[in-house]
Design a protein. Structure first.
Ligand SMILES: Nc1nc2c(ncn2[C@@H]2O[C@H](COP(=O)(O)OP(=O)(O)O)[C@@H](O)[C@H]2O)c(=O)[nH]1
Ligand SMILES: [Mg+2]
Length: 191
């Protein structure tokens, strides 16, 4: 994909703030800190379009980015951060689900997991939700730069077992996996 332009549109804290026109969207979901924002920056060849390493309380917005004036990336807030109360977590989750189950032109979800920690509870919940709602998705195993070769092999096996599909290996830090992921995204956007 040739990225001609990428810009931040809005950080929505309420459904009413979601962009209104019907452009195709690809959403990025996953636990806090797995690297969703870093991965978006890597895909778009940008250093700091999506904010990286935010404190949990500040990341409740759903962030919309416009790419090539043709489609949007949607950076979903990560749920399941220990520092946030149960009630607050439930509220975030409802908000994320309200986006995913809205009548928007959502092409697919990139479910980002940490290659070092396959099968964490929140990831299983997310996978269930995506399956139950018949949303297309892929699993991206990020931070593979932190693993040795044999550990990567093990991680791939576990993730494939748990989620029923092979992960795309990624490192937002080393820009690894970009072309593989773009191939998948382009296929979705073309449909
Ligand atoms: N080693 C390594 N660190 C990463 C990678 N991707 C993200 N990080 C780091 O993980 C932290 C959280 O990243 P961020 O993109 O804010 O995660 P988000 O909460 O899912 O949006 C930051 O300190 C990033 O620099 C990666 O591929 N490898
Ligand atoms: Mg983020």
């Amino acid at each position: 994909m040739l990225i001609k332009s990428s810009e931040f549109i809005t950080g929505a804290v309420d459904k009413k703030q979601f962009p209104q026109n019907n452009l195709p969207e690809i959403a990025f979901a996953g636990r806090s800190n797995v690297g969703k924002s870093s991965l978006i920056n890597s895909l778009l060849n940008r250093r700091a379009l999506a904010r990286v390493g935010n404190t949990p309380g500040k990341t409740r917005e759903i962030n919309f980015f416009l790419i090539n004036e043709a489609f949007r990336f949607v950076d979903l807030p990560g749920f399941g951060f220990a520092k946030v109360s149960k009630k607050e977590k439930a509220r975030w989750r409802k908000y994320i689900e309200s986006y995913l189950s809205s009548q928007r032109n959502i092409k697919a979800i990139v479910h980002v997991v940490d290659a070092r920690h396959p099968g964490m509870e929140n990831d299983l919940l997310m996978a269930d939700f995506l399956n139950n709602n018949e949303l297309l998705s892929c699993i991206v195993a990020n931070k593979v730069d932190k693993l040795k070769k044999n550990e990567i092999t093990k991680s791939v096996r576990e993730i494939t077992d748990i989620f029923g599909k092979e992960p795309i290996l990624f490192s937002a830090v080393k820009n690894r996996g970009k072309s593989e992921l773009w191939t998948t995204l382009e296929r979705w956007l073309d449909n």
